[in-house]
Design a protein around this ligand. Structure first.
Ligand code: GLP
Length: 246
């Protein structure tokens, strides 16, 4: 794991965008794994700026999103579909047919999950997977548990995650109780992983991910088993780490 502690959120976001841009420059047809949440917003903004200055071209890129809420249609303002188009896809040149996000709406969610994995595999897997981290150590929506699922699956969200994510909804009752998430195996099979965290509220989760025991009770700790992980954190998220840079 390579850790870089950046001064603040903006620096972290600029650095994250530069890593994605390098990936796309070196391999224009990269398969990017993308994340939602508040953390990668700055990264997306910086990528949009680079695109507008002609510093990056997404025309051959394929994207796979990590997760989606069950029950929210693509046009629901809190769906991850909506988030991705609103914050990124509508502002850059990724061809719509190269954008993959699991649908949280459908009669046969199991089939949706299966097809999603098939799409990832048929494209040869993910080259660079961007991740945020939940306060409880979840990645995507792989929640702490005594067992984790390998493939894309439907997951029951924990109370803590429902609480954390309620800030985006009018009321906590509106937060979906289930989601579809890429499994640990698709994430761990990515050639490169870029994990982002900002703010003191993530310090404990980051400490456990980097220095804690490797356990399904803290899914991000499994990243210790991956050979190419870059972790970018701001000073606040690094607060509980013994060393600042490794
Ligand atoms: C959600 C998403 C995760 C994200 C996490 C942290 O639950 N499913 O992919 O990493 O929240 O979100 P935030 O960046 O807003 O703290």
């Amino acid at each position: 794991m390579r850790l870089q502690v950046l001064e603040d959120y903006e620096e972290m976001s600029v650095k994250a965008a530069s890593i994605v841009a390098s990936q796309v420059t070196l391999k224009p047809d990269s398969n990017l794994g993308l994340a939602t949440g508040s953390t990668p917003l700055g990264m997306y903004n910086n990528l949009i700026k680079m695109y507008k200055k002609n510093l990056i071209n997404f025309k051959e890129v394929v994207t796979f999103n990590l997760d989606e809420y069950v029950g929210l249609p693509a046009d629901h303002p809190q769906s991850y579909h909506y988030y991705m188009f609103d914050n990124f896809f509508d502002k850059v040149n990724i061809p719509p047919e190269k954008i993959y996000i699991p649908s949280g709406v459908g009669d046969d969610l199991k089939q949706i999950c299966k097809k999603y994995d098939q799409s990832i595999n048929s494209h040869g897997g993910i080259d660079l997977q961007v991740l945020g981290i939940g306060k409880n150590g979840h990645i995507g929506f792989n929640e702490p548990d005594n067992k984790l699922r390998t493939n894309t699956h439907v997951v029951k969200l924990t109370e803590e995650t429902i609480n954390d994510n309620s800030r985006f909804f009018d009321s906590i009752d509106d937060v979906p109780k289930k989601a579809i998430s890429m499994g640990m195996s698709s994430i761990m099979k990515s050639k490169k992983i870029l994990l982002l965290a900002s703010g003191e509220q993530k310090a404990e989760a980051i400490k456990k991910a980097i220095n804690g025991e490797i356990t399904t009770e803290h899914p991000a700790s499994l990243l210790q088993l991956h050979s190419d992980v870059i972790i970018l954190v701001d000073k606040n998220a690094a607060k509980l780490l013994a060393t600042t840079n490794t």
